[in-house]
Design a protein around this ligand. Structure first.
Ligand code: SF4
Ligand code: SF4
Length: 176
C-alpha cells in the first residue's frame, strides 16, 4: 500500500493505538503522546531521504491512531535503526521504538516481511547472530578469518531447539 492512501477517509485505529502504547510502556519507553512535533528527530534521521514519511510525521500518525496505514506501508521497513531520533528527542520519545512496535504489529497481522529481514531472522534462529562471521580486511585489503587471527570459533547456541524456543517466547511476550 502506498502512503498516498493516507489521504483517504480512514478512521483512526484507537484499539491498535492503545496496544502500541501498552507495548511501549512495557519497554519503559515514553509514550508518543509526549511528542510535540519539533522535528528534531527528522532533521537528524539517517534514512529520511528514503522514508516516505519523516519520523515526526510517523509519531503524529501514531498519536492520531492511523496505525493501519503505517502497518501496510513500506516506510516501517526503511528505518535503519540508528537510534539518532531517540538521542535527539527533547521529550525522551523514541520514534525508532514506535517503529519497532509497528513492525511487530505488522508481523502479527501476517504482513509480508522484506526479504532481507527474513534472512536476518533466519540467521538469528540458526546461529544467534544477525549474519554469518565475516573476514576482516587488513590495510593491504587482505582478507583474514578468525582462525587466521588466532581467534576461537564464534560461539553458537549449544541447544538450538531450546534457544529458538526461548527466542520465540520472548518475541511473543513483546508482541503482547
Ligand atoms: S524529536 Fe521528539 S518531540 Fe520532536 S518531533 Fe521527534 S519525537 Fe516528537
Ligand atoms: S532510528 Fe530510524 S527513524 Fe530514527 S533516526 Fe535512525 S533511521 Fe531515522
Amino acid at each position: 500500500m502506498s502512503i498516498t492512501d493516507l489521504t483517504s477517509m480512514t478512521m483512526p485505529e484507537k484499539e491498535t493505538q492503545a496496544r502500541i502504547k501498552k507495548i511501549l510502556s512495557t519497554l519503559q519507553q515514553d509514550i508518543p503522546d509526549f511528542c510535540f512535533q519539533c522535528g528534531k528527530c527528522t532533521s537528524g534521521c539517517e534514512a529520511m531521504k528514503l522514508l516516505e514519511l519523516e519520523p515526526h510525521k510517523i509519531m503524529s500518525l501514531t498519536k492520531l491512531g492511523f496505525i493501519d496505514e503505517l502497518i501496510n506501508s513500506d516506510i516501517i521497513w526503511t528505518c535503519i535503526t540508528c537510534y539518532k531520533c531517540k538521542e535527539r528527542c527533547p521529550q525522551n520519545v523514541a520514534p525508532v521504538e514506535v517503529l519497532y512496535s509497528i513492525k511487530n504489529l505488522a508481523i502479527a497481522a501476517g504482513k509480508p516481511v522484506p526479504g532481507e529481514y527474513s534472512n536476518i531472522l533466519q540467521s538469528v534462529l540458526l546461529t544467534g547472530s544477525i549474519q554469518g562471521v565475516k573476514e576482516v580486511r587488513t590495510r593491504d585489503l587482505e582478507g583474514k578469518s578468525r582462525d587466521q587471527l588466532g581467534l576461537p570459533e564464534a560461539p553458537k547456541p549449544t541447544d538450538q531447539a531450546k534457544f529458538q524456543q526461548v527466542l520465540m517466547k520472548a518475541a511473543t511476550q513483546t508482541l503482547g
